[in-house]
Design a binder for this molecule. Structure first.
Ligand SMILES: [Zn+2]
Length: 147
């Protein structure tokens, strides 16, 4: 029973969507290179720490003397999972594969895995990072198996 002291409410099951505009000025070279199919990140000019994703300041020594390095696109699959129950932000996506790949420099990268099936994945298999563009024009990257 509704109490008179409760404020009136409206129950709605509409889905709301949010759009974030995240400034990328300090990581612009990453996004620019990705459009050209290159995968770059930052290395600290003081202590040599390589960060992925790129950082404007070194997370280890806090120095701001970072430089851009090319990571290449070759990777080796470390582990993977099949996402059958998609999170809210991917609710309109089909179930998908996500993998962690180790790049040739040893950095580990998380990305969706395309062009294969769960049954064909195995740790140690060779992958390549490839750039993609979403319908709204934003760039992202995926792993694809090397034939
Ligand atoms: Zn550093």
């Amino acid at each position: 029973m509704k109490m008179d002291s409760e404020p009136p409410t409206l129950h709605s099951r509409r889905t709301l969507s949010l759009r974030f505009n995240v400034p990328i000025s300090k990581t612009h070279p990453f996004w620019h290179s990705l459009k050209d199919g290159k995968f770059v990140t930052t290395r600290c000019g003081d202590c040599g720490t390589v960060s992925c994703p790129p950082q404007s300041d070194c997370p280890k020594c806090m120095g701001g003397n970072t430089e851009w390095v090319d990571l290449g696109t070759d990777a080796e699959l470390v582990t993977y999972t099949y996402v059958q129950v998609t999170p809210t932000s991917f609710v309109e996506s089909d179930p998908y594969l996500v993998g962690i790949g180790r790049l040739s420099q040893g950095l580990k990268v998380l990305a969706w895995v395309e062009g294969t099936t769960l049954e064909k994945l195995s740790p140690g298999m060779k992958l390549r990072l490839e750039a993609r563009e979403s319908p709204d024009g934003s760039s992202y990257y995926v792993f694809v198996p090397v034939a």
